[in-house]
Design a binder for this molecule. Structure first.
Ligand SMILES: Nc1ncnc2c1ncn2[C@@H]1O[C@H](COP(=O)(O)OP(=O)(O)O)[C@@H](O)[C@H]1O
Ligand SMILES: [Mg+2]
Length: 433
């Protein structure tokens, strides 16, 4: 299979769609490819200056025209353009793109559809029932029969805010009210799930898929709550680490064989497939599918990958089926720890102003820095208010080395209103309820 690399085409120009640290980490990884040409970011951020093209991530037509004019392949970071059908749009025009079609991505953008897929494939998951905005009272009755100890979820994409883990009838009523009656998530909440509440440890598992087969791309633990001790509001993710010591080869291979491969075969999924799991006393249960890489998981996993990811992505984008197994080792032997810095107001819907960021150069000696909510003006770097500003990724010989590097770097950075969690990568002994 090695010869395939030899006959592959010359420099690969690539357009990365998105503006977060996940996309910056993809840029960093792609830049190391032997085959890399130009890398463009749409729209990118203050850390990807020099690559940024002024096109928004949901401007599908604008993106397609750029891709057509430059002859680049396109890689999609976030969920929205996938739901909008960016891959279908490009494919209809013969433009190479890496990611799932709108239909394939439905396992992410409809939680009810994802549960139906799991049921068809016999994949273990929390018990569930769905309701529409026609019957909020029946939903409330269903939840109260379970003492309100349920998880309430809007069916559609809700920027990670459409899930309520409830512990009382009061909470479940409020959640059902917010989704079905107040319509807090608009059309994404026209339908809603009520699930059994699982107890265990959460794990994110990633695979690279070409429509018929998949290869394991690593796993990570991410930290969703704003504050230490898993307190405060939910966020897009405050940090992550990889590899995950307690998730052994046997568990991963079970997840690949019993969950990932059947899903890829059934949906012909192409792109990054990301499984959100709860590892319970009764084994792994699938919480959700995502049809893209995770953020902040990408930042922790990219530095661990030994493979030429751009070459793989390019082949899949162009519909070429290559065997995955020619790589001896997908991973290096390093551990990584990602700490996310946020600006004032993040996850709290408060105001705030742009703040100058200090200490980036000093911090770069200890860790990788992937930007998100940053802008550059007059040569100075600024943090935007209410955002995840950047990811600081320590890479080391083991988990504690990685963690020490990440925090050494984070301590050198400062801006007014900066916040980060202090316990990313510390092994939790408490099992989450
Ligand atoms: N059935 C469940 N039991 C316990 N916790 C859950 C369950 N479903 C979701 N959660 C919690 O809620 C979080 C978000 O749910 P998820 O389905 O991943 O939605 P999204 O990521 O789209 O917001 C999960 O990471 C997990 O912490
Ligand atoms: Mg999730």
């Amino acid at each position: 299979m090695e010869e395939l690399k030899e006959i592959a085409r010359g420099p690969i120009d690539v357009l990365i769609v998105g503006s977060g640290s996940r996309e910056h980490a993809l840029l960093w990884k792609f830049a190391q490819s032997e085959m890399v040409g130009e890398i463009h970011m749409a729209p990118g951020n203050g850390g990807t200056i020099g690559h940024n093209v002024g096109i928004q991530a949901d401007d599908i037509r604008g993106l397609s025209e750029f891709a057509r004019d430059t002859g680049c392949i396109t890689v999609v970071g976030p969920d929205r353009p996938l739901e909008l059908g960016i891959v279908d749009y490009f494919m209809e025009r013969g433009l190479p793109i890496f990611g799932p079609t709108r239909n394939q991505a439905m396992i992410e953008w409809s939680k009810i559809h994802s549960k139906e897929t799991m049921r068809e494939l016999g994949i273990p998951t929390a018990q569930w029932t769905w309701f529409t905005d026609k019957d909020p009272r029946r939903a409330m009755q269903h939840a109260s029969l379970r003492g309100g100890n349920v998880v309430v979820k809007a069916d559609g994409l809700a920027d990670g805010k459409g899930v309520y883990v409830c512990s009382s009838v009061e909470e479940s009523n409020a959640a059902i009210n917010a989704v079905l009656v107040e319509k807090k998530f608009g059309r994404a909440g026209e339908r809603m799930l009520i699930e059994e509440k699982l107890v265990g440890r959460e794990l994110s598992v990633f695979a690279l898929c070409n429509g018929i087969d998949a290869v394991y791309l690593g796993s990570a633990v991410d930290y969703k709550r704003l504050l230490d001790g898993d307190r405060g509001p939910n966020t897009g993710g405050m940090g992550s680490y990889s590899p995950v010591g307690w998730a052994g080869d046997e568990l991963i291979s079970w997840i690949m064989q019993r969950m990932v491969i059947p899903t890829v075969r059934h949906t012909r999924f192409s792109g990054f497939l990301y499984l959100g799991l709860m590892i319970t006393e009764n084994g792994p249960m699938l919480i959700e599918y995502n049809a893209r890489f995770g953020d902040p998981e990408a930042q922790a996993i990219m530095p661990r990958l030994n493979i030429d990811l751009l070459a793989e992505v390019d082949a899949i984008a162009r519909g070429e089926i290559r065997a995955f197994h020619r790589y001896g080792n997908i991973f290096n032997n390093l551990g990584s720890c990602c700490v996310v810095l946020t600006s004032e107001g993040y996850a709290r819907e408060l105001g705030g102003a742009q703040r100058r960021i200090h200490g980036i150069e000093e911090a770069q000696g200890d860790a990788l820095i992937f930007h998100a909510g940053t802008t550059r003006s007059d040569g100075e770097l600024f943090a935007e208010p209410g955002k995840r500003v950047m990811s600081i990724v320590g890479v080391g010989s083991d988990a504690s080395d990685a963690r020490a590097r990440a925090y050494a770097a984070a301590e050198k950075i400062s801006f007014e209103g900066m916040h980060y969690r202090k316990e990313i990568g510390v092994q939790r002994t408490r099992v989450k309820a």
